[in-house]
Design a protein around this ligand. Structure first.
Ligand code: ZN
Length: 487
């Protein structure tokens, strides 16, 4: 039975959904004002693994992953301007043009990483009415106040009735010392109060009417409003990166409790972070590598391109709650590991059954399931697959035999665990693009050899190449500079 680590209780718990056979799951998605980087790949892949495993277990999953397109004010924002609005202003674009551009690119990256699309992908900008209604509920319950057209959560009042900080294990004193000077400080009763609604400055281009001011929702409001809209006032799983635990998820809990009188989320799950050579990723460290840069190998920290599957495998090789330190060498090792797994899978598809098995396939299926049930222990699943790769190679090398039943079972387990659950495309689908390039190169090579043979008046070789290619369906045309071909 599946056990997952609940950040709230700080322990592994048996997963019992609210409604039998159904799972409601919400994951904080990307803010679309820039290209996705390695830090985006980890939560996407972690919760893709969970989504795939829940479906494998037979649950009907409603997976909601939002698009943050009302640029949040962030701690490090220098002028406090909405980042999407800023980009739009600088590039003279409609804000929604910026949003669409980066959303499309995010989708492309996710598809390459074989991350399944969520069931619902709501945009914050499309749910302003729901967010205003949510703020109003908190106002009605007396846990928020209006100041100069903005609405703030009255954290001190809230903390008297509910445990504020329970997710991240902070208390109000910790939070006071941690909270840095932020925009709007003079309007707030306390530094730890957070905005539910912000009045827009005149130069702010993304704003909406509300009962309090022409403005925009606060940083944390969209997930509370959209989570409950699509999954109900109480739902099963809320996921995201550990960096979102405070203040984002803590604020979400406060908003839900204040508005609804109870928590919305039963299991909070957080993936750990990726560091680069031991350092946090960040623009100031110049170690912010976008996924596109990984795929193209274009960044000073990279010595070569890495395929999306290598990135996926690299992330799955670590348990989602451990930190992962990225380096070029670590990715090279992941590439090799994935190569060995791919080779084993392809051999598994080729080997023939014998009357009996001399190799031990063990209870591979049970062991893989046990690992997944243990809080999604993907590295252990991978190590079990490597164990069975040894048996596959033994049979492939003719040093062992496998029975029909064992072979079928082995193929089924690899398909289920490696391909469907881990989402590793070991069948070469991922290589189609690279394969196409290699194929074109090979045809060019043959035709260049034919050209050389013709120059040497070696008509036999020249005709042989031409006829063989024609037979395979190629059309070859000799031109002044050499040749043209098509299939
Ligand atoms: Zn969120």
């Amino acid at each position: 039975m599946l056990q997952i680590y609940n950040t709230l209780s700080r322990q592994k718990e048996y997963f019992r959904p609210l409604h039998e056979g159904h799972v409601g799951m919400y994951v904080c998605g990307p803010t679309v004002y820039g290209d996705a980087h390695l830090g985006h790949a980890r939560p996407a892949i972690t919760f893709d693994l969970l989504y795939r495993y829940l479906m494998h277990l037979g649950y009907k999953v409603r997976y909601v992953r939002n698009i943050t397109d009302v640029g949040h004010l962030e701690h490090d924002a220098d002028e406090g301007e909405d980042k999407i609005a800023k980009k739009a202003r600088l590039e003279q674009l409609e804000p929604m043009e910026v949003v669409q551009y980066f959303t499309n690119r995010y989708h492309r990256d996710m598809e390459l990483l074989n991350v399944l699309p969520p069931s619902i992908e709501p945009h914050a900008s499309g749910h302003i009415i729901e967010q205003i209604a949510f703020v109003q509920k908190i106002m009605d319950k007396g846990y928020a106040y209006v100041s100069n057209g903005s609405v703030y959560m009255d954290v001190e009042k809230y903390a008297k009735d509910y445990p504020y900080g329970k997710l991240s294990g902070r208390n109000l004193e910790d939070i006071v010392t941690e909270t840095r000077e932020l925009d709007g400080q003079q309007e707030k009763k306390h530094s730890f109060d957070f905005a539910l609604w912000k009045k827009a400055a005149p130069e702010h281009i993304m704003h909406w009417p509300s009962p309090w001011s022409e403005g925009f929702p606060g940083w944390h409001m969209e997930c509370s409003a959209m989570g409950t809209k699509y999954l109900g006032e109480e739902f099963d799983i809320h996921g995201g990166g550990m960096d979102l635990m405070f203040p984002h998820h803590e604020a979400e809990i406060a908003q839900s409790c204040a508005a609804l009188g109870h928590d919305s989320v039963r299991y909070w799950m957080h993936n750990n972070m990726i560091t680069i050579a031991g350092k946090k990723m960040g623009k100031s460290y110049n170690n912010f590598i976008t996924l596109e840069q990984f795929f193209a190998g274009k960044h000073e920290l990279l010595e070569q391109p890495f395929s999306p599957m290598t990135i996926r495998f690299f992330i799955l090789q670590a348990h989602y709650r451990s930190t992962v330190d990225f380096s070029n060498d670590a990715l090279v090792a992941a590439e090799k590991g994935l190569g060995r797994l791919t080779e084993a899978y392809q051999r598994l598809m080729k080997i023939k059954a014998s009357a009996s098995s001399s190799v031990e396939i063990g209870n591979l299926r049970e062991r893989c399931q046990e690992a997944m049930d243990d809080d999604l222990n993907s590295p252990i699943v991978i190590s079990h697959l490597f164990d069975s790769a040894r048996a596959i190679n033994t049979v492939f090398d003719g040093k062992g035999t496998i029975s029909e039943t064992d072979l079928e079972e082995l193929r089924a387990v690899w398909k289920t665990y490696a391909m469907d659950i881990l989402g590793l495309q070991l069948d070469g689908a991922q290589d189609a693009g690279a394969g196409m390039e290699a194929y074109k190169g090979a045809v060019d090579l043959l035709l260049n050899m034919r050209l050389e043979a013709k120059r040497n008046k070696d008509w036999g070789t020249s005709d042989k190449i031409r006829n063989a290619l024609t037979e395979l369906g190629f059309t070859i045309k000799d031109t002044k500079d050499g040749f043209e071909w098509s299939l």
